[in-house]
Design a protein around this ligand. Structure first.
Ligand SMILES: [Zn+2]
Length: 151
């Protein structure tokens, strides 16, 4: 999940053509991020949290991910879009660690209250890690606009 402030200017809804371009760019970024063996697609279902620019849904043990972008994704800048997509893709690399850590801190191991605190702490730490990595990695790639001008 990535939170980014949005402008209220311009049309909110992303066109079908623009969605296709975002999906092709997402695929290209996934290849660059060593996710060539993953099936990565742009979901038709928007991100569920109102404050999220995007969310990723990873299908367990299938190397498959669906990225859900917010309905108003097009209202964030190209640089922010690149950051958000890289951030979501990096979660594919942290999924196995998350699964192990969260299993070790599950309700059956810790009890429900401690497990909830543990999970919230882990999720915050993972978000911080993934976002810091995305801040470092994303600027190494062209924005979607720069990328699409060169294909
Ligand atoms: Zn995230």
């Amino acid at each position: 999940m990535t939170r980014v402030a949005r402008s209220t200017r311009g049309p909110e809804i992303t066109s079908r053509r623009e969605r296709a371009e975002i999906e092709a760019y997402l695929r290209w970024l996934a290849d660059c991020l060593d996710l060539k063996d993953w099936r990565v697609r742009l979901s038709d279902i928007p991100a569920t949290e109102k404050t999220s620019a995007a969310e990723v849904e990873i299908i367990d043990n299938r190397r498959a991910a669906a990225v859900h972008i917010a309905a108003d994704f097009r209202r964030i800048t190209q640089v922010e879009q690149r950051h958000v997509l890289v951030h979501e893709l990096l979660h594919c690399h942290t999924k196995a660690v998350a699964d192990m850590v969260l299993a070790a801190g599950s309700e059956s191991v810790l009890g429900s209250t401690a497990a909830a605190i543990f999970e919230a702490g882990y999720r915050n730490a993972e978000e911080d890690l993934v976002d810091r990595l995305a801040q470092f990695i994303a600027p190494r790639f062209p924005t979607r606009q720069e990328w699409s001008a060169n294909i």
